[in-house]
Write a protein that binds this ligand. Structure first.
Ligand SMILES: [Fe+2]
Length: 438
């Protein structure tokens, strides 16, 4: 061994002995999201030491890394006893060509990620976006993840909606569980916009891991926002404002006002004509027939009817969504799948006896929260609820495609049954908006 090599080894031994942390500038936990403005995509990742934030990219099949975009890194300090820190990098890509696949890597001259690809979202309203949707996926027992990876790799989805509850929980082990989970979902989230809403498992330190790690549109740190894709307006919100009022009851009212304004805007005739479908995603459902004591098993669930022990009383969401003609409401939290008949105020409003989902007279609810986590799946009460159409406690997730202004298809995939579609629904609407209920 020459003198230089001996010196290097000595330095290494000394830094280990002194507990000096290694320099860690390699990007990890890469994920992408749609920031809401046409032609854009936001790339987010983490390094443990500070580096520049650079994305090199180019059109698939063209010259590799022809384009460069730079962004910012924000220091995040976890709330746990170790006060672990990490740098969260965000780089916005602009002027992407609609429908065109791009290849990218991210990082800096101190370390680059693997190469990933994504397709820039189309801007027109007349295309048929495809989604995977699910909630409640943990770092332990994420049973659906492998199947979702394969689906994603064959480019089956244009966006993924993760309807709350991540990692179980991101803050645990001084946020190392969050790191591990974000590394696990990189295999899907680096390839398609990974759009989220918060769930109860994110609540620690006032949702700080959730608020910092994800990069959703708007300026609410991913808590509530809306975005457009094809003929659909998607509204994501926090059901947790009804439960963690210790973080501020004002948040509940603030979100409610925002929801009302957003729904009003989406319902302006010129907007609804362009994007007839309004789909909401929130973690805890208003209805469910699971055999537990969750909020959705209560007739007056908080999410459905609000809180009456606050001053002033806090409004629930069922009336609001009905009033503005929301077409489809997707939920999770229950570790199972349940499809409801079109329902409002516990009354079924099927389109007709033979075709319940053709021109229904109330919103349709889907609960899909069995992607897989350490808490396993949730059973149902044996009795049949009149508003419940289909239920399953298999592990799995939903796929949805919005074909055009009148036709939406949704199916539930069972991972336990090797990818079999165990349920499906065509939601057909000649009319959207509150006038569709008449
Ligand atoms: Fe939950």
């Amino acid at each position: 061994m020459d003198t230089f090599a001996t010196l290097l080894v000595l330095c290494g031994v000394m830094s280990l002995a002194l507990g000096v942390p290694p320099i860690w500038t390699q990007p990890e936990q890469i994920h992408i999201s749609y920031p809401g403005s046409p032609g854009s995509m936001l790339i987010t990742w983490i390094t443990l030491n500070k580096t520049d934030s650079v994305v090199e990219y180019g059109v698939w099949g063209g010259k590799l890394f022809e384009l460069t975009a730079k962004g910012q890194a924000a220091l995040f300090e976890d709330g746990g006893s170790e006060k672990r820190t990490m740098f969260i990098h965000r780089v916005l890509l602009r002027e992407l060509k609609p429908g065109v696949p791009y290849v990218y890597h991210c990082g800096s001259d101190l370390g680059w990620s693997d190469i990933f690809y994504f397709t820039a979202l189309r801007e027109r309203v007349d295309w048929s976006p495809r989604f995977a949707l699910y909630g409640d996926m943990g770092n332990e027992n994420p049973q659906s993840l492998a199947r979702l990876q394969k689906d994603t790799q064959v480019r089956m989805y244009d966006a993924i909606l993760h309807i709350g509850d991540f990692a179980y929980d991101m803050d645990e082990d001084n946020a190392r569980i969050g790191d591990q989970f974000m590394r696990q979902v990189e295999s899907i989230a680096a390839y398609v916009p990974y759009m989220t809403c918060p769930g109860n498992h994110e609540n620690t330190y006032n949702f700080s891991n959730y608020r910092n790690r994800f990069s959703m549109p708007g300026n609410t740190e991913s808590m509530w926002y809306s975005w457009n894709i094809g003929p659909v307006h998607i509204i994501s919100f926090s059901t947790e404002v009804y439960f963690y009022t210790n973080y501020g009851l004002d948040l509940l009212f603030k979100q409610y006002q925002w929801l009302q304004k957003d729904l009003e805007e989406a319902n302006r005739p010129e907007n609804r004509a362009q994007r007839p479908w309004i789909i909401t995603m929130g973690h805890r459902p208003m209805y469910c027939s699971n055999a537990d004591k969750d909020d959705c098993t209560e007739f007056n669930s908080h999410v459905r009817t609000g809180l009456n022990d606050t001053t002033p009383p806090a409004p629930g969401l069922e009336d609001l969504f009905y009033r503005y003609g929301v077409d489809l409401e997707v939920w999770a939290h229950e570790h199972s799948y349940e499809r409801l008949w079109p329902v409002y105020n516990y009354t079924v409003f099927n389109g007709s006896l033979n075709e319940p989902y053709v021109n229904p007279k109330a919103p349709v609810h889907i609960i899909t929260g069995s992607a897989g986590c350490r808490e396993r799946t949730d059973p149902f009460v044996p009795e049949h609820r009149p508003w419940s159409a289909f239920r399953s406690s298999d592990y799995g997730y939903a796929r949805m495609q919005v074909f055009n202004s009148s036709h939406l298809y949704l199916e539930q995939v069972s991972d336990d049954q090797y990818g079999k579609a165990i349920d499906s629904m065509w939601l057909v609407k000649d009319k959207h908006g509150p006038e569709a209920w008449l």
